[in-house]
Design a protein around this ligand. Structure first.
Ligand code: GLA
Length: 642
């Protein structure tokens, strides 16, 4: 990425008369915008009729940007096929699990496995690349837009055939597939590949392994589309980096770990959910996730909002200062670019009530003033670019596990692995401890503490990875309903959690979901879940009234592993994690002050930036790691260079 912090948003000039473009660019300069994403939804303007291209207007857009020193994240417009696509090629439209074919008139109206879609998408992407490969405004390829946002799974016949191909290469033989899917159950044994379908609507519960593999296949199918476009772009512009905007932490249909590995720079979008309590912590989770997806490298926030969105039941406008705090949180947690959806608020279309950098009301507005002030502030923070965030703690998260647990037949419907991961992350946030997310099979060597809030499914390699981490001296905390099944959603036998009985020194024989919270011996509360476990080698640190273990600790190799058999209340969970942090030698970035977020970014040469962001309505005194005290006013943020 170029020097400094990228700042700007999606610019959709095709939605406006050309007379506004000069004004747009002048205002971009006024606001400190140095980067915009263009062409994302321009397919029907660039190729108004199949095979007929009109680049004249877009040449002027790109030239205007170059003349004004604004870089382009140049999109391939493939996220929204024009109406001319669906009419002659209805078989390329997506079909849902009930067999309903979806029509054009929105976006992402295509089947990810459709060869016709792929052909037309690659053709328009190639035309864009050929036209602009040497254009001075081109900085980054923005491939497609939010893959899988609306069409993550297609159940049509084309997808069924592609699913079978995917299964053939995964399993080789039908016997292996039948074994992995447990098809002896309910007489589902396949005798011919042609019998295998996507998990379309069924009279009763679908086969869990089939459903899980279909989620994997569907994610792979979209990643494959990205790779096809990326490879085409790389052939024409080998030196231009390529990315696509993920939805890390918000949408769980795409395997972000696998997807991020195919990008040159991780980019993601993030939107606050108004109904969430402490939504700034949810934001921190997404930012930590984005950083972790790139192995800690700086990443790009491709979209967030200046204020309200338009797709929640009640779309909350941001309070004064919230836009700045949100942006600085992303920056603190490793972003080298802060961008928005979108530059100019739409006048028509489904997103006209979505906020933008330049609102309907113009420049004499709170939003515009905050946008311009942020642009100036980010320009002054240019030296932050390229620095990284160090975390001693990793939280394990895997899409396969989330997907497997999504099957409706579970011991309780009340366990939610994503919410639980966020709750544990929030406990660390409140303690001022910076936390990465990690894939269960990822490299854990740099960490002191690894937490596993709820990892229902873990592969043999993932199970061994965590054991090895503890054996070499790491500290581990595992929450309930983790390590239960293998990669095919088959129960690991012999007592729960089958993957980690030795590591935890615990074996459980039966689950007892709770209808009411219960009191533990320590006074803490357990809810939703309990289990009848006995310790083999672990020590018991807290119990149910029955005397059965609720919190255990087991020495393992040079390290130790804690296990929780219930969902502890927030305060008790914080206490367990604080204990584990102390054991592991993990410290807060600065002594924690309630509601104040402190994160450090550092360069290899030792230059650093301490971000302190006050999310409360009271001024706060923050003690820096160097021993000084800084007052951060209510709702304010400071960046202290060191
Ligand atoms: C997503 C899309 C954008 C826009 C925003 C609205 O992030 O990428 O095109 O629809 O949502 O929040």
């Amino acid at each position: 990425m170029p020097d400094g912090i990228a700042y700007g948003g999606d610019w959709n000039p095709e939605q406006w008369p050309e007379e506004t473009w000069e004004q747009d660019v002048a205002l971009m300069r006024e606001a400190g915008v140095n980067r915009v994403s263009v062409g994302i939804f321009s397919w029907s303007s660039l190729e108004p009729v199949e095979g007929v291209f009109d680049f004249g207007w877009f040449d002027r857009v790109m030239d205007l940007l170059a003349e004004n020193g604004i870089g382009a994240n140049l999109a391939t417009p493939t996220a929204s096929p024009p109406p001319w696509f669906s009419d002659p090629y209805p078989q390329a439209l997506p079909v849902d699990a009930d067999g309903r074919r979806l029509y054009h008139g929105s976006r992402q109206g295509f089947c990810p496995s459709s060869p016709i879609y792929r052909e037309k998408a690659l053709r328009v992407a190639e035309q864009v690349a050929l036209r602009y490969r040497d254009h001075p405004a081109l900085v980054l390829w923005h491939v497609h837009n939010e893959y899988g946002c609306h069409n993550a799974r297609c159940y049509c016949d084309t997808s069924a055939a592609a699913f079978r191909d995917w299964l053939r290469s995964r399993y080789g033989t039908l016997d292996a597939l039948n074994d992995a899917w447990g098809t002896a159950f309910w007489s589902q044994r396949y005798s011919d590949w042609a019998q295998i379908l996507p998990p379309r609507a069924t009279p009763s519960l679908p086969n869990p392994a089939q459903q899980l593999d279909f989620r994997r296949f569907s994610s792979d199918a979209l990643i494959e589309l990205y790779v096809a476009e990326r490879d085409l772009l790389k052939r024409l512009t080998p030196d231009v980096p390529a990315t696509t905007n993920l939805m890390a932490g918000a949408h769980w249909d795409m395997d972000c770990w696998a997807f991020a590995a195919e990008t040159d720079v991780v980019s993601t979008d993030h939107y606050l959910i108004g109904a969430r309590r402490e939504r700034h912590i949810d934001l921190a989770f997404a930012a930590d996730y984005a950083r972790s997806l790139g192995g800690g490298r700086p990443w790009l926030l491709m979209e967030h909002s200046t204020s309200a969105v338009n797709w929640q039941p009640r779309n909350l406008a941001k309070t004064p200062g919230e836009l700045r705090r949100n942006s600085l949180t992303h920056l603190a947690r490793g972003a080298d670019g802060i961008m928005f959806f979108q530059w100019r608020q739409s006048r028509s279309g489904a997103e006209k009530w979505h906020s933008a950098m330049l609102p309907h009301a113009g420049t004499d507005t709170k939003i515009w003033r905050e946008v311009a002030a942020l642009g100036a502030e980010l320009a002054a923070l240019a030296d932050v670019a390229g620095s990284t965030v160090k975390a001693d703690v990793a939280l394990l998260l895997d899409h396969s596990s989330v997907w497997a647990q999504d099957h409706p037949a579970q011991p309780t419907a009340e366990l939610d692995p994503v919410e639980e991961a966020k709750r544990w992350h929030a406990a660390l946030w409140r303690a001022g401890v910076t936390c990465d997310l990690a894939h269960p099979e990822g490299d854990l060597t740099g960490y002191r503490l690894v937490v596993v809030p709820q990892l229902y499914l873990v592969s043999d390699a993932g199970a061994a990875n965590l054991e090895e981490f503890a054996r070499r001296g790491g500290t581990v905390v595992v929450g309930p309903y983790s390590g239960i099944v293998d990669e095919h959603d088959r129960v690991r036998l012999g007592g729960y959690p089958g993957a980690w009985r030795d590591l935890l020194g615990v074996s459980a024989e039966e689950f007892f979901p709770l209808d009411e919270p219960i009191r533990l011996a320590s006074g803490a509360t357990g809810s939703v879940w309990s289990e009848a476990a006995r310790v083999t080698t672990a020590k018991v640190l807290d119990t149910y009234a029955t005397g059965e273990p609720a919190w255990t600790r087991n020495e393992f190799g040079d390290g130790a592993a804690h296990y929780l058999t219930t969902l502890l209340d927030d305060a008790a969970l914080a206490e367990v994690l604080a204990t584990a942090c102390r054991e592991a030698g993990v410290c807060a970035v600065a002594a924690s002050v309630a509601g104040v977020e402190v994160v450090r970014r550092s360069h290899p040469d030792g230059r650093s930036f301490l971000f302190a962001i006050n999310h409360t309505t009271e001024d706060a005194a923050v003690t820096t790691p160097e021993g000084g005290t800084v007052t951060v006013a209510a709702g304010d943020a400071v960046v202290i260079p060191g």
